[in-house]
Design a protein around this ligand. Structure first.
Ligand code: 5GP
Ligand code: MN
Length: 339
């Protein structure tokens, strides 16, 4: 039994053939490939990038996994993924003159890959692999399928086209993307084809027990303290069914924790019974706010984020902003009232 994945119809045969040819050439000619996950990588971006990196390396390409940010801080839940120790940050990016191919994973626009977007300016051939419905798009070859529950499904599709094996390490990385982007197989994007893909990854040897524990069941004391602080000041705005909170830069500075420790807060907020929209303002190291948003109903937070200069999906989106916390929340509330 096999269910056709909905994203299959969204990818043009011609584009898939071009992507496959690009990667085939990279393998056959031992090319230098940079595989870039988006900045502040989540399980889908990092898992997809590492899966492709490991498979290309095994096949003979000279692959480098990167996240174009400085400093590079991988969330501890993802730092143990196979190959994560090889990920380079902005300071370790190979010079463009030495790069034959850039592959971008889970990023809808150039700014999302941070400093790795310099390769675009330098005209390095680029393959974009993504599942966001919104974004400017970029690259010579674009595999974009909003119907994919996770970008790792597209990565696996490429590995199949290339007839590269899904080793246990590759399967673990792919599973990291699938289990996080589907909300542990709970979001509406989870269909029979997602479950079949998950089953295939388990059969291939994905280390799902240890991975799931790290991703969802292990938090540092510092993280729990930050979560507690954020939850303690949770605020509800009834007319727009918004639940919001924030952590200040001073609070994060005074804590042993870091920005990555605040990732889970928005999903706790969205579990509030009456919430339709959840918003968390998180203190970024550069002094700005990283705004994380979730919708459990009709509100399209992807449209909201886009209006504020960011992007994302209808149900999960984000942007960066400056200014006072009250004023920013006020503008978000005004957008929700006006829609
Ligand atoms: P998170 O709240 O987990 O950081 O982000 C949720 C989703 O929103 C991400 O998967 C990504 O699609 C999108 N997103 C978050 N921040 C940004 C941003 O600054 N720009 C864009 N374009 N998308 C973002
Ligand atoms: Mn994704």
């Amino acid at each position: 039994m096999s269910t056709l994945a909905p994203w299959r119809d969204e990818v043009e045969d011609r584009e898939l053939a071009r992507a496959t040819a690009q990667l085939r050439r990279a393998i056959d000619d031992h090319q230098r490939v940079v595989v870039a996950a988006h900045v502040a990588p989540d399980g889908d971006a990092l898992g997809g990038a590492l899966a492709l990196h490991l498979a290309l390396t095994d096949a003979g390409a000279r692959s480098v996994p990167v996240v174009g940010e400085d400093p590079l801080v991988l969330p501890s839940s993802l730092a143990a993924l196979p190959g994560a120790d090889q990920v380079r940050g902005q300071a370790g990016l190979p010079p463009a003159s030495e790069v034959d191919l850039l592959v971008s994973i889970d990023a809808a626009s150039p700014d999302r890959i941070g400093a790795a977007s310099d390769y675009l300016d330098a005209q390095v051939p680029t393959l974009m692999v993504d599942h966001h419905a919104r974004g400017t798009g970029f690259g010579d070859v674009r595999l974009v399928a909003p119907g994919a529950a996770a970008t790792v499904q597209l990565v696996a599709g490429l590995l199949d086209e290339l007839e590269l094996p899904v080793t246990p390490s590759v399967a673990t990385c792919l599973y990291a993307g699938l289990v996080t982007d589907t909300g542990r197989f709970g979001h509406a994007s989870t269909d029979a084809s997602v479950m079949e893909f998950g089953a295939r990854l388990l059969a291939a040897g994905a280390d799902h027990v240890e991975l799931t524990r790290r991703l969802f069941d292990e938090r540092s004391i510092e993280e729990l303290q930050l979560v507690g602080r954020a939850l303690a000041r949770l605020t509800y705005v009834p007319d727009v069914a918004l639940v919001h909170t924030h952590l200040t830069h001073q609070e994060l500075d005074a804590s042993e924790g870091e920005l990555a420790d605040t990732e889970g807060i928005v999903d706790l907020l969205r579990s509030a019974e009456d919430a339709e929209v959840a918003v968390v303002l998180k203190p970024a190291p550069d002094g700005t706010w990283r705004v994380s948003m979730r919708s459990t109903g009709q509100a399209d937070v992807g449209a909201l984020a886009t209006a504020f200069g960011g992007g994302g999906h209808a149900a999960a989106a984000g942007f960066s902003a400056t200014g006072e916390q009250d004023e920013l929340i006020g503008r978000i509330v005004a957008w929700l009232r006006a829609r």
